[in-house]
Structure formats: structure tokens, C-alpha cells
Design a protein around this ligand. Structure first.
Ligand code: NHR
Length: 196
């Protein structure tokens, strides 16, 4: 997400990475947003690392935690601490292709379309309630790279949208379902129509 482009309705409280070389830290600093690094290799186990994450995030008094390229599996304790206010974006049309190498797997499967999904995070990987989804047609000459590029554009459309819904108070999680304006969203989340 472009950290400089956000609505007046919310502020980015802070940007945290487990990696000191994450470019998002540079962009945040350039935009005057607080940053933090919590290096997972300095912690003896996942629970201790996650506790350090929680301390930092809660010191910012964040209402919503937005994962972006965050590659450490989070403990149940972390997920429960932010239950209903922790979201991720995954590069597939969930529930298809949970896990890694999604573009290669969509090509391998011969799927006619592929895309990305914003979802609430639950303890089980990539299995939380979908919020919003965007798709692109798979072309005969597509490669992993060409698909990835188109899907990146879609990610940049739907992730800010989900954040805006949440901060406007329109998006909630209830009994494992995502609700928009109090109504359950369809199984893949709201379908976002984009032309690419
Ligand atoms: N944590 C929970 N509990 N649930 C989810 O749905 C999560 C999560 C943490 C991260 C993002 C997800 C992605 O966007 C995400 C979803 C990392 C792995 C993984 O296997 C899996 C899914 C995601 C992110 N991580 C390895 C680990 O041992 C390390 C892999 C690596 O460093 O390259 O933590 O893709």
C-alpha cells in the first residue's frame, strides 16, 4: 500500500518489520510514520517473538494490524490477541491455493482466472474469513512473473479498500465470518471488479 496515500479517516500508527532491510520501513520513515524492527532471529521461540510484536504494536495503540509480505507464521496467542482486527492479503482466489507458490500452482492447474484475496487472519494458515477478492483472466502466454505483476496491481486496489471499510466501522468479523455493513460477505469475500 502506498503509505503516503491514505484517507483522512485513519492514520498509519506504525510500520513494523522483522527484517531491517524491508523497503516498507524506508517508505514509512520518508512519510514521517513511526517504524520498528523486531528481529525474529533474536528470540528463542515464536511465542517470545510474538510477545515482542504485541508490545510494539500495542504501544502504538493500533486498531487494525495489516500484514503485508509478513512471512512468519503467527502463534495462536498473537492471532487471538488481535482477533477481528488482523488482516492479510493472499495472492490467490481463496479458498483456492492456500500456502506458497500460488502463481505457479494456478498456471499448473490451467485455471482461467487467478487473483488475490484480503482475509481476516485466523490461527490456521490462509483460512480466515475472506473480505474482498479481485481476479484477472489467465492468458495463454502468462508466466509466474506476468501474473504476479497483474496481481500486484489488484492487491494495491483491494487492500486499501478493506482498510477503509474497517476504519469506517463497516467491516467486522463475527463467528468466523466477515460482515460488511452487518451482512455476511460471500465465501470468497466481496468480488472487486477491475479492468486490467
Ligand atoms: N499466521 C497465522 N496464524 N495465520 C495466517 O493465516 C497467517 C499467519 C502469518 C502470516 C501470511 C501468509 C502469506 O501471506 C500469514 C498468514 C508465511 C508462511 C510460512 O510458511 C505462510 C503463510 C504466510 C506467511 N512461513 C514460514 C514460517 O516458518 C517461513 C517462510 C519463509 O521465511 O520464507 O514462519 O503468504
Amino acid at each position: 500500500m502506498d503509505v503516503a496515500a491514505h484517507s483522512d479517516d485513519f492514520q498509519i500508527a506504525g510500520v513494523l518489520s522483522n527484517r531491517a532491510d524491508a523497503f516498507g520501513l524506508v517508505r514509512a520513515a520518508n512519510a514521517g510514520i513511526p517504524t520498528a524492527i523486531v528481529n525474529h532471529t533474536l528470540y528463542i521461540d515464536r511465542a517470545t517473538f510474538d510477545t515482542a510484536l504485541i508490545e510494539q504494536i500495542d504501544s502504538w495503540q493500533a486498531d487494525l494490524v495489516v500484514l503485508a509480505g509478513f512471512m512468519r507464521i503467527l502463534t495462536d496467542g498473537f492471532v487471538e490477541h488481535y482477533n477481528g482486527r488482523l488482516i492479510n492479503i493472499h495472492p490467490s482466489l481463496l479458498p483456492k491455493f492456500k500456502g506458497l507458490n500460488t502463481h505457479a500452482r494456478a498456471l499448473e492447474a490451467g485455471d482461467a482466472e487467478h487473483g488475490c484475496t484480503v482475509h481476516f487472519v485466523c490461527p490456521e494458515l490462509d483460512a480466515g474469513a475472506p473480505i474482498v477478492q479481485a481476479a484477472t483472466s489467465v492468458r495463454a502466454d502468462d508466466s509466474v512473473q506476468s501474473l504476479q505483476e497483474r496481481i500486484h496491481h489488484l492487491e494495491h486496489r483491494i487492500y486499501p479498500l478493506a482498510v477503509e471499510w474497517f476504519t469506517a466501522g463497516r467491516l467486522t468479523q463475527h463467528q468466523g465470518l466477515a460482515l460488511l455493513d452487518g451482512q455476511p460477505l460471500p465465501p470468497g469475500g466481496k468480488r472487486f471488479e477491475a479492468s486490467l
